[in-house]
Design a binder for this molecule. Structure first.
Ligand code: PSU
Ligand code: MN
Length: 306
């Protein structure tokens, strides 16, 4: 087996990797902690279907009964979406969850790590974590940024959430040598909103061009790469409405003393409530779009370089 012995690689994924075919890693935190039941299961299934329609193989990553799975079957996907005892696993949490025999959903950081162990180079998520507002005092900087600094995987995302301090998020990525490449526009995408007001490093719309840069970055020994893919315009929310809901959700989180890993899931849940479900519909639309682009990028990487 070419991959790491701790991994349980699903048969379909294993065969695709052996054949050098396109595989897209999908994360599980957005299923277990980012969306309510049953939309979370429907979204998880839709993401896998979208990757398949494009001709790539999906590999959702999660820990079930202490086993680190790369690629889940229908029943496992449902367990992940429905079980209340699924932990949120960042890099620091993975070993402990495996030893305890429990269930866990992987964040962007942990999913990148495991994808790399399995030999998968492309990963689709909703948005990456970043520097939280007030992060200069609180030091709440997502492990996702440091994972991008060390692990050679391309992450297709709708930028990062407007919950974050996006300017400082870009500064940290620059410091750590992580390319931030934007599709469809010059600016970094801002999750529910298309625009962030912040320029990405470059705009590259074409997946063949993105694949060429990724190949070169990795040939040089570079690590992670961000592909910023803005939310489809029909689902985008206005900055003003998002900021109103966000301010309220964040103030409540602060009153309740929520910190660390609990913060992002709480804010996402409250945003969905305050927006009457609109932020959730947007979230679903943007992740699907990311899965489609990630599949094209994985296909471009699997093709011989031109
Ligand atoms: N994208 C979504 N929903 C999510 C997340 C991303 O559409 O729930 C998750 C990712 O797993 C990301 C995590 O790694 O939020 C960031 O959490 P934190 O801010 O605690 O690092
Ligand atoms: Mn954090």
């Amino acid at each position: 087996m070419p991959w790491h012995p701790v991994l349980e690689v699903h048969e379909e994924v294993a065969q695709a990797l052996l054949d050098g075919r396109a595989v897209v890693a999908l994360e599980s935190t957005l299923i277990a902690h980012g969306m309510p039941w049953p939309q979370n299961l429907q979204t998880a299934q839709a993401l896998e279907a979208i990757v398949r329609e494009q001709g790539a193989v999906p590999a959702t990553i999660a820990v079930l009964h202490g086993r680190l799975h790369v690629g889940l079957d229908e029943r496992q996907l449902q367990q992940l979406a429905q079980d209340r005892g699924v932990a949120k696993l960042s890099r620091r949490d993975l070993a402990r969850c495996m030893v305890s025999g429990g269930h866990g959903a992987t964040t962007v950081a942990a999913t990148m790590w495991v994808a790399h162990l399995a030999g998968i180079r492309v990963f689709a998520t909703g948005g990456i974590g970043g520097v939280h507002r007030g992060g200069a005092q609180s030091w709440d900087v997502s492990a996702d940024l440091l994972e991008l600094a060390r692990t050679p995987v391309a992450v297709v995302c709708a930028g990062a959430k407007r919950i974050l301090d996006l300017e400082r998020t870009l500064e940290v990525l620059e410091t750590h040598g992580v390319p931030v490449l934007a599709r469809e526009q010059d600016e970094l995408a801002a999750f529910w909103c298309r625009r962030s007001g912040l320029r990405a490093d470059a705009r590259l719309d074409d997946c063949a061009a993105l694949a060429a840069v990724a190949r070169q970055h990795w040939a040089l020994g570079g690590a992670g790469m961000v592909v910023s893919n803005p939310i489809p315009a029909a689902y985008a929310l206005s900055e003003a409405e998002v900021d109103g809901w966000l301010l309220q959700a964040e103030a409540e989180a602060q009153q309740q003393g929520l910190r660390g890993q609990a913060l992002t899931p709480y804010v996402l849940r409250r945003m969905a409530e305050l927006s009457g479900g609109r932020s959730l519909a947007s979230n679903i639309a943007l992740v699907k779009h990311n899965a489609a682009v990630a599949a094209s990028l994985a296909l471009a990487l699997a093709a011989p370089p031109s």
